[in-house]
Ligand binder design. Structure first.
Ligand SMILES: *[C@@H]1O[C@H](CO)[C@@H](O)[C@H](O)[C@H]1NC(C)=O
Ligand SMILES: *[C@@H]1O[C@H](CO)[C@@H](O)[C@H](O)[C@H]1NC(C)=O
Length: 119
């Protein structure tokens, strides 16, 4: 009897948790224009896997806004395969003007690898 009650309680607690918006590590929001103006894509990357920037927006459009979620940190490279020295780091709320205001112009970004920020 008591076990049944506890099981029911656990089920209720679990559904309350999953009802809250969950942020998945590896999720990044991209837009082709400054200040999150379309075209935009919300992508969830495999952690630690190199991603080619040309695949993020339709037609390989230039990326101007990069916004990892709170649980994600991304490292950007000028090479297309995440080799060479890393040139950019992105964390929430991200960078919405191509890196101009922050002096980190990321027009030349060609690849990105993202990790769980809390690792
Ligand atoms: C992101 O983290 C900050 C600081 O920990 C917090 O204030 C903010 O509410 C978080 N945003 C989201 C969307 O979870
Ligand atoms: C950003 O870098 C690109 C080349 O990577 C350059 O063409 C552009 O002028 C730069 N923008 C600014 C504002 O410096």
């Amino acid at each position: 009897m008591q076990t049944t009650f506890l099981s029911a309680l656990v089920l209720v607690a679990a559904s309350l948790v999953s009802a809250a918006p969950q942020e998945v590590p590896g999720e990044v929001y991209f837009c082709g224009k400054n200040n999150w103006v379309a075209p935009c894509k919300d992508l969830i990357f495999d952690l630690g896997t190199c991603q080619k920037a040309a695949t993020f927006l339709d037609g390989g459009a230039q990326i101007a806004s990069i916004g990892p979620n709170n649980h994600t940190v991304c490292i950007g490279y000028k090479s297309a395969d995440c080799t060479g020295s890393s040139s950019w780091g992105f964390v929430f709320p991200g960078d919405a003007d191509g890196g101009v205001a922050s002096g980190t112009n990321f027009t030349a970004l060609q690849s990105l690898v993202c990790y769980d920020k809390h690792l």
